[in-house]
Design a protein around this ligand. Structure first.
Ligand code: ATP
Length: 361
């Protein structure tokens, strides 16, 4: 008897359905050879769905996500479809808030042989995690900003409750990485505490939680300096933790360091649920051409396997998460048949097939 896991699948908009297809196919192939299995539930949502039905996140999709063991989400939103106030349709943000997915985990890793804008020095490995708080911060005011003829206001919210959960998550992750030999056990709080009281509050809570982890190093950095150092010496970082808006911006910088959005995975994790989705958006400029890079989505699925395996003590799933990540790394290292964003002429389908072939070989 196989152990079944319910996975809510949000195909989303633009390139979303294209990159989800090979991802679900690979997960199915992995499960075929194992004692676990997946039941995938299609969850309509997003900008195209809103344009057709007037609903961006139907209750049935929300309920399926809440009930599921894990959530895969490709990308949502289209610049051409907007709410009346001019903002884009982004149910992924609603999901983060509704399911309290406070920890946005953004791994930044340069794989061997990967092309990157950095002039990498020998022996320097870029492998760090940026944790973006994902339920409050400046995004708290989304949809509620006040705009008059003469001024506009958006309010930032930082709560003790969410910050404590966030920092505990960050320190536990750093401890886990250290145990696996992937980090030095250091957490850096990224803020702007020299200017804003809200960030001094954020930092003070960080320092309090740091006391509970005496075996780990804890320090602080201002967000502007962090942007500089991410380019100048990214090999110095281990785990960075920051506010929602700062994390939004720095995670795209991290994706740039990795060689592009097409290879940057992410997870939004709470105490019970988690959404796994690439860092990129729905890329309407290349939708329908079959040229989108599915690697960020597939690496996000690898993170899901690791998270599910750890949560359910399922060694096979944890192993498969690591295998899937290695298969993507191998395809990148070989450097052949990559998608146009990585300088090749490959397709979404051919890259999916190459990763699957590595796994099954
Ligand atoms: P959002 O605000 O929703 O995150 P965005 O405006 O940042 O979206 P993206 O949709 O992420 O924009 O696209 C930014 C650029 O990166 C586009 O030129 C797009 O084609 C490219 N891009 C994004 N994802 C991929 C991918 N998987 N493969 C190839 N190119 C991609």
């Amino acid at each position: 008897m196989k152990t079944k896991f319910d996975i809510a699948v949000f195909d989303g908009d633009g390139i979303g359905p294209e990159i989800m297809r090979p991802t679900v196919d690979i997960l199915g192939a992995l499960a075929d050879a194992r004692s676990y299995d997946f039941v995938f539930t299609d969850c309509p949502a997003g900008a195209a769905h809103f344009a057709q039905t007037g609903e961006s996140l139907p209750q049935a999709s929300m309920d399926a996500a809440r009930r599921s063991d894990g959530i895969l989400l490709s990308a949502m939103g289209l610049p051409s479809v907007r709410y009346d106030d001019g903002t884009e349709i982004s149910p992924q943000i609603e999901l983060r808030k509704a399911l309290t997915l406070f920890a946005g985990v953004r791994p930044v890793r340069v794989f061997p042989g990967q092309r990157t804008p950095l002039n990498m020095r020998q022996g320097r490995e870029v492998d760090f995690i940026l944790i973006r708080e994902s339920t409050e911060g400046l995004f708290y005011s989304q949809g509620n900003g006040e705009v008059t003829q003469d001024e506009a206001r958006e309010t930032l919210l930082i709560t003790r409750d969410i910050s404590e959960k966030l920092f505990k998550f960050a320190f536990k992750l750093a401890a886990d990485r250290k145990a696996k030999g992937r980090g030095r056990g250091r957490v850096t709080c990224v803020d702007k505490a020299n200017v804003f009281r809200a960030f001094a509050f954020f930092r003070e809570i960080f320092d309090g939680i740091a006391q509970d982890f005496p075996d780990l190093a804890a320090d602080h950095a201002y967000v502007d300096a962090t942007a500089l150092w991410m380019v100048q010496k990214p090999w110095d970082f281990d785990v960075l933790v920051t506010e929602n808006m700062f994390g939004d911006i720095l995670s795209d910088l991290g994706a740039g360091l990795m060689g592009g959005l097409g290879v940057a995975p992410s997870a939004d994790i709470g105490l019970n649920n988690a959404v796994f989705q690439p860092c990129h958006g729905s890329a309407p400029d290349i939708a329908g051409q079959g040229s989108a890079n599915p690697m960020a989505m597939i690496l996000s699925a690898a993170m899901m396997l690791d998270w599910l395996g750890t949560k359910h003590d399922n060694v096979e799933m944890m192993e498969d998460g690591a295998r899937l990540q290695r298969a993507v790394e191998d395809v990148i290292s070989q450097g052949e048949g990559l998608t146009p964003d990585l300088g090749g002429t490959g397709t979404t389908q051919s890259i999916g097939a190459a990763i699957k072939a590595k796994l099954l070989s």
